[in-house]
Design a protein around this ligand. Structure first.
Ligand SMILES: Cc1cc2nc3c(=O)[nH]c(=O)nc-3n(C[C@H](O)[C@H](O)[C@H](O)COP(=O)(O)OP(=O)(O)OC[C@H]3O[C@@H](n4cnc5c(N)ncnc54)[C@H](O)[C@@H]3O)c2cc1C
Ligand code: SF4
Ligand code: SF4
Length: 651
């Protein structure tokens, strides 16, 4: 007899006590023996964990509250544009992010404690598409500072830095060795994940701000860094990690053993149009999945002549003939990793998609050597079963003797990591193949030279974009002759109540620090404090019982099969509709910021919590407390779903 499936838990309980409990867990809470205290509500803006986990520090809660209609747009602007402008304060690439960011923000989202994270990435995707369709642009500063900055590398780090510098009036020139801007967004990630028209649109907006470009120009060989330093007031190094790591196994020097970066560059340049019948990719991260899925789509041609060998196109010696494309057949693609499949670094969803496309993903295999034929070409990759783990940060691989096998291969691609190409820029190599920089992303001992992105440590697009923005801030300080100073503990683009009040035409006295109202001053609101720079609000500070079970609205993803993947370079992900985006934004719990639910107004037994008059109200300035009436009963705090109200003695 089969066991009936467990019932789905749709109604979660966030009760503080189970039946029979009669004691408080925390001694701090035992202080309240009666229904009053000497504490009163304070209004505390904190950073939500989504934003704290986003390396570009986007004001995610802010744009979700705009999308759902709580925060009203500035006069003359619709919510779509206003939300997009809030998002792009931090990150000028929402359409790209909405497609390929692995979204650490969603992993951090407090809503995971209720049922599932908010679909932040889907909202980002929608806003990015809206801005492209409606040709929204950025404006450069109206006043030029007269300072010139050279940005070396037109990838996400360099472009983010250029964008932020142009916004504050500095003259920026981006140098890139490629013909087009975009870095790995164009020459690494395949076009079926970052469509080129989307990339072009988001890059062009930055160029249209007046950012100058010098393409096909490599600093360190075409122009020396000294020449750049004499012409510019500051420099940003955003060269990324362009060189792939070759396979460190005997036979790895065979001509048909190539690196992932060389393979993807040849594909993205249009030189590589077919691969061999058998392709073996060694890796386990996202890059190896990109190589495997590209190989699967390219397929192979029958009766390939030596001039058709893929390594010739990858090495740049020739370009494949477009005419052969129609005659292609599928390639057998195997991806090996030293880790088990469930421990591989690649995004789980991407692994499943690759498997559906017929790619054999085999974990727990270490490369032993490349088996060559009489001409010196590789014909197989010899692997052995292994156990791999990190010990003290170092990867240890234990090969199991007697388990060797040969996987046939016409092309072997090593996707085991990348390195910075320091040719002509050796002075920046910290000895470990990277650039070292401080918290402001200034290179140690080199005032005026800043760095960010993969040159520091290969990671994600959003990380490079975050570095570029912080470095731009440091460059601005340097150009103004100011000290670099300390960066905040939580370095994000937080909601700015002062800016919002100015936008709404609300005045406040400059005599007071507007971010710290007291019970007497009404500068912002009574006892408001912005702690965004030092406090990320956890889920247990929220009243989760306020939120009912609401499933996440997911985007449609097209899953290809072994047959349909061949020759299919179309996108696989579709944006949500506008109605679904608004519904998804409504799932946000607005952690650490009032979302105008009125609970405190309704439940206060003393009628001490009052709404700010509509004319003076704005986001974060919706209620205040009449301290003459407040008896400190904590009810408003207990029923505040967002953790925005905290009891204090004005601290
Ligand atoms: C195959 C692949 C897939 C990836 N997939 C994802 C993904 O899905 N999601 C994600 O978030 N991240 C992904 N990443 C990581 C992401 O692409 C990088 O972290 C990011 O592009 C780093 O940005 P960057 O600006 O530092 O460097 P890059 O993007 O590498 O850009 C650096 C630019 O500088 C130029 N340059 C270098 N040296 C010089 C010089 N001396 N003079 C002039 N120009 C120079 C280069 O040509 C390049 O255009 C992927 C990476 C790869 C390789
Ligand atoms: S850039 Fe990535 S981490 Fe940041 S909000 Fe977008 S999806 Fe989330
Ligand atoms: S619920 Fe909203 S504010 Fe809270 S972490 Fe998730 S997306 Fe951010």
């Amino acid at each position: 007899m089969s066991t009936p499936p467990a019932p789905t838990v749709e109604k979660l309980s966030f009760r503080r006590f189970t039946d029979g409990d009669s004691k408080w867990d925390s001694w701090r809470e035992q202080i309240f023996q009666a229904s009053y205290s000497h504490k009163c509500p304070t209004y505390i803006q904190s950073t939500p964990p989504c934003q704290g986990s986003c390396p570009s520090g986007e004001d995610i809660r802010g744009y979700l509250n705009i999308v759902r209609g709580i925060e009203k747009p500035a006069a003359g602007m619709n919510w779509q544009e206003y939300a997009w402008r809030r998002l792009t304060d931090a990150n000028p690439f929402p359409s790209v992010m909405g497609r390929v960011c692995p979204a650490p923000c969603e992993t951090g989202c407090n809503r995971n404690e209720v049922e599932d994270h908010v679909g932040i990435n889907s909202v980002e995707h929608f806003l990015g598409e809206y801005a492209i369709a409606n040709k929204l642009g950025f404006s450069a500063a109206s006043v030029a500072t007269g300072k010139k900055v050279a940005v070396i590398g037109g990838g996400p780090a360099g472009l983010s830095c250029a964008y932020q510098l142009a916004r504050i009036g500095h003259e920026v020139t981006v140098f890139d060795e490629h013909e087009h801007l975009g870095g790995m967004m164009r020459y690494g990630i395949p076009g079926f994940r970052t469509p080129r028209e989307v990339l072009d649109a988001e890059i062009q907006r930055i160029v249209d701000m007046g950012v100058k470009t010098r393409l096909k120009c490599r600093i360190g060989t075409d122009i020396t860094l000294e020449a750049i330093r004499s012409e510019f007031d500051a420099v940003f190094l955003g060269m990324g990690a362009q060189s792939g790591r070759p396979l460190p196994a005997p036979g790895g020097d065979a001509p048909n053993v190539v690196t992932a970066t060389a393979f993807l560059r040849a594909f993205n340049d249009g030189r590589l149009r077919h691969v061999g019948r058998h392709v073996v990719v060694i890796g386990g991260g996202d890059t190896s999945i990109d190589v495997a899925t590209v190989a699967r789509r390219l397929g192979h041609i029958g009766h390939a002549k030596p001039t058709d060998f893929p390594e010739l196109a990858i090495g740049g010696h020739l370009a494949h003939d477009a005419a052969v494309v129609s005659a292609k057949q599928g390639a057998e693609v195997t991806l090996t990793s030293v880790f088990n499949v469930n421990q591989m670094q690649a995004n789980k969803h991407e692994i499943e998609q690759a498997q559906a496309e017929g790619i054999a993903i085999r974990g727990g295999l270490a490369p032993v050597c490349v088996v060559k034929d009489a001409d010196g070409r590789g014909v197989a990759l010899r692997v052995a079963q292994c156990e791999a783990k990190f010990v003290g940060g170092k990867l240890e691989i234990k090969v199991i003797e007697g388990t060797e096998e040969d996987i046939p291969a016409d092309l072997i691609v090593s996707a085991i990591g990348q390195a910075v190409d320091f040719t002509g820029l050796e002075e920046f190599d910290n000895g470990r193949g990277a650039v070292s920089a401080d918290k402001n992303y200034q290179v140690g001992g080199k005032p005026g030279i800043f760095a960010g992105g993969d040159v520091l440590r290969p990671h994600l697009l959003t990380t490079a974009i975050g570095h570029g923005a912080i470095a731009a801030d440091g460059i601005d300080r340097f150009l103004r002759g100011e000290d670099q100073g300390k960066r905040p503990k939580i370095d994000v683009h937080a909601f700015d109540l002062k800016r919002k009040m100015i936008e709404r035409g609300l005045s406040f006295s400059e005599a007071h620090e507007p971010m710290h109202g007291t019970d007497r001053s009404n500068v912002a609101i009574h006892n408001y404090d912005d702690r965004s720079e030092r406090y990320v609000i956890p889920h247990d500070e929220l009243y989760l019982g306020h939120f009912g079970f609401t499933p996440r609205l997911r985007r449609k993803v097209i899953t290809l099969t072994q047959e349909t993947a061949l020759g299919n370079f179309g996108e696989r992900i579709e944006p949500l509709s506008e109605a679904d985006v608004v519904a998804e934004a409504k799932r946000c719990m607005s952690c650490g910021m009032c979302f105008e639910c009125d609970n405190c107004v309704v439940y206060c037994p003393q009628l001490a919590v009052v709404r700010v008059p509509k004319k003076e109200a704005t986001m974060g300035r919706y209620v205040y407390t009449d301290y003459d009436r407040c008896i400190g009963c904590h009810i408003c705090k207990d029923v505040c779903p967002t953790g925005y109200i905290q009891m204090g003695l004005g601290e």
